[in-house]
Design a protein. Structure first.
Length: 316
């Protein structure tokens, strides 16, 4: 199997047949062996019926149906888990990603040796105010925070070497940061390719302005996890030490002042420095405890499924 095309979707029944035919035509004209994995993320329209029909007509079509909507990251995770291709291509199901880009993406992985190639929709057909400007701000923040120099982190059209998707854990809403996850896993040969963006032909977008708020929150999360996810004590222990040292310093000053410098002065408990000292030492201790708990959780956690599959087609 050379190429796996992983397509998460939600209520895209009108576009699926056209998308399938387009992908199949590209694969056949380039003599690629392929599989198309549709992941139905809890659609309420006839998307699964279309996928079932396509799989009966084309044995290269495989399908996964979730019991409910679990999110794009979980859909990609399920697709990556089942993909068998040497090169994995991801794209959205709304026909805004162009399957004609697949051969060039494939060559960048196989011939040029990249681990990951991310699409860059340099010319977009989205609303400037609702999507373009927030997207530019989001991408700028992602570049600065992660160190991955991409112009379009959220483009659904990407190509991966098989080892990449088998060694990253896409969860929550981290699909926006797959290049960052790949970099953190040690896959540093990452590039981007300008791809054609097409206007939506059917249906309506599933994303609103809240996705950018969630995106920035996820960016903070992934920065924290990449920096301290494997060693929480390094962060919480350092903060705890600093806070405890500040509190202990105030306590030492108050003790010396009361015993040697001003024994007839105010009671220690009447001075605001006492409460500052007490508070900072308690906070420092709590940070230490948080660090220890984080280390214990890391060493005892069990992997759990983050989605439930209702039905699968042509998959072992």
């Amino acid at each position: 199997m050379n190429i796996s095309v992983v397509i998460p979707l939600l209520n895209e029944q009108d576009s699926l047949t056209e998308l399938h035919d387009w992908i199949a035509r590209v694969m056949q004209s380039n003599h690629f062996s392929y599989e198309i994995i549709f992941i139905d993320d809890g659609s309420t329209d006839g998307s699964w019926n279309v996928i079932t029909h396509l799989s009966s007509q084309n044995p290269n079509v495989k399908g996964i149906q979730f019991l409910r909507n679990f999110g794009k990251s979980q859909a990609l995770h399920a697709g990556f888990e089942k993909a068998t291709g040497d090169v994995i291509i991801t794209m959205d199901a709304d026909l805004q990603d162009n399957p004609d880009e697949i051969p060039e993406l494939y060559n960048l992985i196989v011939k040029d040796g990249f681990d990951l190639v991310s699409g860059w929709k340099k010319k977009r057909y989205d609303s400037v105010i609702s999507k373009n400007l927030p997207s530019k701000l989001f991408n700028w923040a992602a570049r600065k925070t992660s160190g991955v120099k991409l112009n379009d982190f959220n483009c659904g059209l990407k190509a991966f070497r098989k080892d990449v998707v088998k060694n990253i854990d896409v969860n929550g809403e981290m699909h926006r940061y797959i290049p960052v996850l790949a970099k953190n896993a040690g896959f540093v040969k990452i590039t981007e390719k300008v791809v054609q963006h097409q206007a939506r032909k059917y249906g309506e977008t599933k994303f609103g302005m809240n996705r950018f708020i969630n995106g920035f929150l996820d960016l903070i999360t992934i920065w924290f996890l990449s920096s301290f996810g494997k060693r929480p004590m390094h962060l919480f222990g350092a903060l705890g030490f600093i806070m405890f040292a500040i509190g202990f310093g105030f306590a030492l000053y108050l003790g010396i002042d009361k015993l040697f410098l001003n024994p007839t002065g105010r009671l220690i408990t009447d001075r605001p420095q006492f409460y500052l000292s007490l508070s900072t030492m308690i906070i420092g201790t709590q940070f230490f405890v948080a660090g220890f708990l984080g280390e214990i959780i890391l060493r005892t956690k069990e992997d759990k499924k983050r989605y439930s599959i209702k039905e699968a087609l042509n998959l072992e």
